[in-house]
Design a protein around this ligand. Structure first.
Ligand SMILES: NC(=O)c1ccc[n+]([C@@H]2O[C@H](COP(=O)([O-])OP(=O)(O)OC[C@H]3O[C@@H](n4cnc5c(N)ncnc54)[C@H](O)[C@@H]3O)[C@@H](O)[C@H]2O)c1
Length: 673
């Protein structure tokens, strides 16, 4: 049978096994992952991985895979990782039968760039566990498919596994991706860990498995917006003011959290960010994303204090545990204006959260040798962390959950007092998620979200031209303070040296802004002013994600537990011809806590692309605004009223009648039960 199978495939891994590549020093490696496999499961995991390998090599590779499973809890197929540095090369250097096939290879390689990825050898782009695909056999095979994919075929990728090429048509997506989607009864971390160890589930996070990560720049803009608007809403900062003289404190300088210091600086604040892993501080310091680094709590505070007095911004990396930092600030009566956290609390027991009293190295060792003991320490620190936040809050600090499931993680340790209803998490928590208080009402409800683009030529001049075009557009469409913030952002983007990896830009825009900029860029490609561009967005957006503890935490009609918006968004983007689309379980808040999706759209200058942009770009955002309007969110209602007027006779969105609370209360009173 194996002979027939081999002959029946023209697209497969090369017969010869590649040389086992050397691991270069100085790059972070993922900790061992939890697997808990039975003997039968171990056999299944090895058999599953051997599906990619010619049987002549099974005896050798079975042993190699067994060793990887034992050492790492996963089979990564390290042998199949191409040697040396991977990075998103200029698009012309890739093989392909259509532009999308080549463009998508740029994005995959950018997600695995040594300078970009968190654990490049384990295919982890960011968020502790967010992978491009599960193993290097899949990486190689996906690339082989992308090299032959035509503009009349669609590649299907399930949790990193390229299922195959199927014929479709020119207006269809070229790649359809899903990651970690599980059947309800089994949709929990334990079952996911087993499935991942068996090699049948990938944790795509958001743009990791959606192949649209653009380095921490992606989140700098969102964090900048969040901090500035938190200052406006909670500290009385005027619309045209900034956070000069104010103190922002948080934790994490990893893949996404690494943006915090930079964003705080752009917003004018003095900030102290705790980070237990010195190598991540080193990365951010050499990039210029933190301005100072120290192991001393006294020194961290002295630097921040001086900058606050001088009304100058700074980003101080404190090498140590965030809970130690909070204790110091509290004990010394230091007022913290804004407080948050961005440790990887969506996976606290898998290495995402470091317990107090352990160094980063001790955390890694304990995770490997005593995962149960480690989990107990995590619980203890989370509870104490929460206590410290409550104490600072009582002294006037504004704390917000920054989308890392921190509050949920505390609740999961058994702390019921953190729940709004004192019982369970159905009504959310006593501290707001930043989406609930800030990003939701100020941005998502209007449709403003993390639109982004990459210049596939890797030519910085192309990025300069698109930045200039975007700044010009926003200047001419300045309707409210959000537009002005976005203008300042893109005007200063080059000066702020935000690019890591390919030449990409993030720019929060609403539905019309996204569509008009997309059409403008496509025109620039058509006119030969710039090379091809790929558009996308973070899944963390108005319409792409259902996540009750984050993106949809300001949906208050009870539908926050539903996952239909993200699913419809994905299906609608497929129907309208986005170049590739992705739908994931988990995202930034963990397995079972979110369904999220995104897209990539290649601009080749064609009329076909113009037509897709006109259909797909408004849909991708307005699906979210519509759902938010139906949930009676005020700013979304206004946005939909305007949209219905603008698209009269073409689109039509259902609006809710608003009931008088007194009438409803009266009706409830009249009920017998
Ligand atoms: N709000 C958003 O828009 C958004 C976007 C992306 C990610 N996130 C969430 O933020 C979290 C962080 O994402 P990431 O990509 O930076 O992950 P990451 O794992 O790369 O970084 C987290 C960092 O926290 C550090 N850390 C862990 N415990 C610590 C402790 N007790 N004290 C000090 N430092 C500690 C780790 O060493 C690590 O460097 C994730 O949960 C992610 O889902 C939120």
């Amino acid at each position: 049978m194996n002979g027939n199978i081999n002959d029946a495939m023209t697209i497969k891994l090369d017969y010869e096994l590649p040389e086992y590549p050397a691991f270069e020093e100085g790059y972070r490696r993922a900790p061992r992952r939890e697997s808990h496999l039975s003997e039968a499961d171990k056999a299944l995991a090895i058999k599953n991985a051997l599906r990619y390998i010619h049987p002549d090599h099974h005896a050798q590779m079975a042993k190699e895979f067994a060793q990887e499973l034992e050492e790492h809890g996963r089979i990564y197929g390290y042998r199949f990782r191409p040697a040396g540095k991977l990075y998103g090369k200029p698009i012309d250097e890739y093989k392909g039968a259509c532009i999308e096939g080549r463009a998508i290879q740029v994005m995959i390689d950018n997600n695995l760039d040594f300078d970009v990825a968190l654990y490049p050898y384990e295919l982890v782009t960011y968020g502790e566990t967010g992978q491009v695909c599960q193993n290097w056999m899949q990486y190689r095979l996906i690339k082989k498919y992308l090299e032959v994919l035509t503009d009349e075929q669609t590649l299907v990728v399930m949790s990193g596994h390229p299922l195959g090429l199927f014929h479709s048509h020119k207006m269809a997506p070229r790649v359809i991706i899903s990651n970690g989607l599980m059947v309800g009864t089994f949709d929990d971390q334990k079952n996911f860990n087993r499935a991942a160890a068996l090699g049948v589930a990938n944790y795509g996070q958001m743009t990791a498995g959606g192949w649209m990560y653009i380095g921490p720049q992606g989140i700098v803009h969102g964090t900048f917006n969040t901090l500035l608007n938190a200052g406006r809403l909670k500290l009385g900062i005027p619309q045209d003011g900034n956070l000069a003289g104010r103190l922002f404190v948080s934790a994490g300088l990893g893949g996404m959290s690494g943006a915090q210091g930079k964003a705080a600086e752009i917003a004018g604040a003095a900030s102290i960010i705790a980070e237990v892993d010195d190598s991540r501080i080193e990365t951010r310091y050499t990039q210029g994303w933190v301005s100072h680094r120290t192991d001393s709590l006294e020194e961290a505070w002295a630097i921040a204090k001086q900058h606050m007095e001088d009304k100058e911004p700074c980003a101080v990396a404190y090498h140590g545990n965030v809970v130690d930092l909070l204790e110091y600030l509290y004990d010394n009566n230091i007022h913290v204006d804004l407080l948050s956290d961005q440790t990887s609390c969506h996976v606290p027991y898998d290495g995402g959260y470091c317990p107090q009293g352990l160094t980063f190295e001790e955390r890694t060792e304990m995770l490997d040798k005593d995962p149960e003991g480690f989990a107990k320490l995590v619980d203890k620190t989370l509870q104490h962390h929460y206590e410290m936040i409550c104490k600072l809050h009582d002294r006037g600090t504004y704390f917000f959950d920054y989308g890392n499931s921190f509050l949920k993680a505390v609740y999961d340790t058994g702390v019921k007092s953190i729940c709004k209803n004192g019982e369970n998490d159905l009504d959310g928590f006593i501290f707001p998620s930043y989406v609930e208080d800030i990003l939701g009402p100020c941005l998502f409800d209007f449709g403003y979200g993390p639109f982004r683009w990459c210049c596939l030529s890797r030519n910085p001049e192309d990025l300069d031209k698109t930045d200039a075009a975007a700044a010009e557009y926003i200047k001419n469409h300045n309707r409210r303070y959000q537009d002005y913030d976005n203008y300042v952002w893109v005007r200063d983007a080059k000066k702020n040296k935000l690019v890591v990896g390919t030449q990409c830009r993030i720019l929060y825009q609403d539905a019309m802004g996204r569509m008009n900029l997309a059409l403008k860029f496509n025109e620039m490609v058509r006119n030969g002013e710039i090379g091809p561009v790929i558009l996308g967005r973070d899944h963390h957006d108005t319409g792409g994600t259902d996540a009750p503890f984050r993106e949809t935490s300001n949906i208050k009609d009870g539908s926050n537990i539903m996952a239909e918006m993200a699913t419809q968004c994905y299906a609608g983007n497929a129907a309208r011809g986005m170049s590739y689309i992705a739908l994931h379980n988990g995202g930034g808040t963990g397995i079972g806590n979110s369904i999220n999706g995104g897209f990539g759209m290649v601009l080749d200058g064609s009329e076909r692309v113009d037509n897709i942009l006109k259909m797909a770009m408004p849909w991708d955002t307005m699906v979210g605004v519509s759902r938010r309007a139906w949930a009676r969110n005020e700013n979304a209602l206004t946005t939909v009223v305007e949209y219905n007027e603008m698209y009269k006779g073409q689109d039509h969105i259902t609006l809710p009648y608003l009931a008088d609370d007194a009438i409803v209360a009266e009706a409830v009173k009249s009920m017998k039960g």
